[in-house]
Write a protein that binds this ligand. Sequence first.
Ligand SMILES: [Ca+2]
Ligand SMILES: [Ca+2]
Length: 300
Amino acid sequence: MPHGKLLLACLMGLSTTTTMAAPVGQTTCFNFTEKNWSFLNNNFAKGWPKVLAPGELELLPDNMFGAGVAAVLRNSIRPPYEVSFEFSTYDDDGGKNLVWNSADGIAFFFLKSGESYGEPPAGNQMGFSRNGGGYAITMPTYGQRRATFRTSDGLDHKVVPFRQAYTHGEWVPVRIQVMPNRVIAWGGKWGLIDATFNFDMTYNDLGFSAATGRADGLHKIRNFCIRTLDSLSVRQERAPVEEKPESRTEPPAPIIPPQLQTEETEGGDLNDEESLLVPIPSDSSNLSQTLESENTEGDQ
Ligand SMILES: [Ca+2]
Ligand SMILES: [Ca+2]
């Protein structure tokens, strides 16, 4: 990605306005020092989140326990839009099979009120506040690594396995499309979440949160951008779904997900090469139930 030029153009745009009344297809990237950001923390996370370098944000360092943080972008962007970022998690006693050592994970939240966010909660809420409404794509690292679609009441409506929620220091790309009443998320090369929900559109703030409990870990994000979408050009993109983790011994290598193809009409041509990929299942309720029961034992 020609990130330097893009970032510069975006920052120049931001300096003239506090809102994002951007034309469709415009990408805005952030370095986390823009005035629209609010950083929140609890008493165990004083000083975090921290901007490590332009565009790189350390939500939490390694070996900090009981911590909860959030970085809220106070903004007025309304769906449909797509966010992209990379994230990295690392724990000095963590590893791909040491699933109880590292916690708790990162959440991307949207359609939320930053003003009434309150204190970012520690533990398996991953800093995603119950105040101010909103929704989140979460990537828990404690126990079964997974991705979820979560509402602010703490309920997970979709849960899928996602081994790369814990990256052991690698950077993993994520893309999330927020549309009226639908959210789609990709992580690494996997299609993670495709959820429909009757969204409350009262608030438009979005951002990231993270937390630790009795288990810990470094949580970082970088290269965060938002691209405005035209709802008519949003195309249901097909992506492979991660296998059940037991069936694979190695996590997949992270790759940059393909760009959206906006030139075709919705549905596309089934004979094109995307038809080789597996569609995201519209209903993973059986899996969700299994994982939710485990989730209740999460790190507090
Ligand atoms: Ca540690
Ligand atoms: Ca640890």
